[in-house]
Structures are given as C-alpha cells and as structure tokens.
Design a protein around this ligand. Structure first.
Ligand SMILES: O=c1ccn([C@@H]2O[C@H](COP(=O)(O)O)[C@@H](O)[C@H]2O)c(=O)[nH]1
Length: 274
C-alpha cells in the first residue's frame, strides 16, 4: 500500500494522530537494561508492542541507533514492525540532504535496507537532492519546513527577496511541497508543535499534504493548538512524541507507562478535533 493510504488507514483504524518516536538512549533505560546498548532493540520492541494499537505511525530517529553502532538493531526493529504492526507506517527520521548521486544511496538505505514507508529530508540543497527519493514508488518524504527548535528561525524565518511576495523561507518550502516538487503525491512537511501559528500558515499554503509535527511532550508544544492549526479531515497530521512516551517511567513498568502516556496523548489529540 502506498504511504499516504497506509497513513490514512492507520489513522482510521487506531483513531489516532499520535506518532510514537523511538529515540533509544541506553542511559535512560530501566535498571535491568540500563547502559546496555545491546538492549536497544529489546527496549524499542517493548514500546512498539505496548503502543501499536494507539498510533498513526512510528518514527525511529536514526541517530540514536547509529551513535551506538546499533544499525543492526534498527534493521531487526524494522522487521519486528513489519511482522507485528504491519498496518502502522514507519517514518525513518534521518533528515538527509545531499547531491543526487549520494541521495540515491540514502534513499536505498531508508527504503531498501530499512524498509521505511517514509523518510525525513532537508530541502536545503534543492529539488535534485529530493527527487531520488520520489522515484521509490509509493514511498513518502517529509521536508523540514518550520522545525520545532528555537534556532529554526535563523534561516526558516528569513524572507526570500528574490521570490514574488518575499515569503519566509518556510512558506516557500510549503508551497513547493504542495505544488511543483510533489511529483508522486507523497510529499509532506515537518512543522514544530512549538509554533502553532506557523502550523496554521503552512496548512493554508499546503492544504492537502501530510504534516509531521514533533514537539509535543518533552518540548512543551501545545497538543490542542497543534490539532486546531493543522488537522483537516482530508489532510493527515502525524503528531510525534518521543521522550515523554519512551521514558514515561524509568522502572520495569516502562512499557505499561509508555502505553498509559500514549493513551493520554492520543485522547488529547482526538478531543481537540471537535
Ligand atoms: O523539527 C523537528 C524535527 C524533528 N524532531 C525530532 O522529533 C523527535 C522529538 O523528540 P521529543 O522527545 O518528543 O522532543 C526527535 O527525534 C527529534 O530529532 C524534532 O524534535 N523537531
């Protein structure tokens, strides 16, 4: 099934806009796993099993695997997801961006090695750095647009003097994703929950593309304002929370605590639709 159809089906099936982010840090694991990078797969698989019926998507962040030389555990986790939660799309958060020939290899890494349904990309190097991902049939790509960090302003909130209307850079990216860059209809945008006014603006400029919205939970973004700004019945939003769910408890009950926190977050997001 193509990425957007899988996303819509997961939203309907699980009644959820929540994406659980998988950012494994061995130092934060419960006592019996603590500090052991060999247990990254076990930790993440337990979170997946505890929350798979509550989410629209999962988002493993590749840096947390690569930093611990745990790419083999990420491969195993992706297999686990395909076997145990085949209905839930997986967005590999890799934020890649490079010249076309290198982008082709990054695209193979995301879609062939790991089997992700979608990937996050930096649009900074232009369309030829994005196009190789669009050649992978049915796969999705989310372009960084207005990121959740305060420093996002440094570039994304600069005006483009050479473009008609002198839009902010993030506004220009939103228009490109809605229009000329969206060759396969599977492009989306990353917009931080910490900036609901910008989510609203991006949604106005890109009314039909999916939005991946990190920043609720540990970063303090407002879940209700996020849904009101970005959600439309015909345009999915994927609201990510990583640390607040993965580390809801530092004890042996971490998986149950992750489930409880996921239920609370999912319900807050659902209620905000009405
Ligand atoms: O603008 C962005 C883009 C990506 N992220 C990623 O999302 C999660 C957020 O983790 P929390 O623990 O929920 O804060 C993390 O993997 C980031 O790399 C982002 O935060 N903002």
């Amino acid at each position: 099934m193509i990425f957007l159809d899988k996303l819509r089906a997961a939203e309907r099936r699980n009644g959820s806009l929540l994406c659980v982010g998988l950012d494994p840090e061995p130092a934060k694991f419960p006592a019996r796993l603590k500090g052991d990078a060999g247990k990254i797969y076990d930790f993440c698989a337990a979170i997946v099993d505890a929350t798979a019926d509550l989410v629209i998507a999962f988002k493993p962040q590749i840096a947390y695997f690569a930093a611990y030389r745990a790419e083999d555990q990420l491969e195993k986790l992706m297999e686990h997801l395909r076997r145990n939660a085949p209905q839930v799309p997986v967005i590999l958060d890799a934020k890649r961006g490079d010249i076309g020939s290198t982008a082709e290899q990054y695209a193979r890494e995301a879609f062939e090695r790991y089997g992700a349904d979608a990937v996050t990309l930096s649009p900074f190097m232009g369309f030829d750095s994005v196009e190789p991902y669009l050649r992978h049939e049915g796969k999705g790509a989310f372009l960084l647009c207005r990121t959740s960090n305060p420093g996002g302003d440094d570039l994304q909130a600069q005006r483009l003097a050479g473009v008609e209307g002198q839009p902010f850079l993030y506004e220009h990216i939103a228009k490109l994703a809605q229009g000329p860059w969206n060759l396969n209809g599977q492009l989306g945008l990353v917009v931080g929950a910490t900036y609901p006014a910008e989510i609203e603006r991006v949604r106005a400029l890109a009314p039909t593309v999916p939005l991946l919205i990190p920043g609720v939970g540990a970063q303090g973004g407002d879940a209700v304002a996020t849904v009101r700004a970005g959600w439309r019945a015909d345009a999915p939003i994927v609201v990510n929370s990583s640390r607040a769910i993965c580390y809801a408890s530092g004890g042996d009950d971490f998986a149950q605590a992750a489930r409880d926190e996921a239920i609370r977050t999912r319900d807050r997001l659902e209620q905000a639709k009405h």
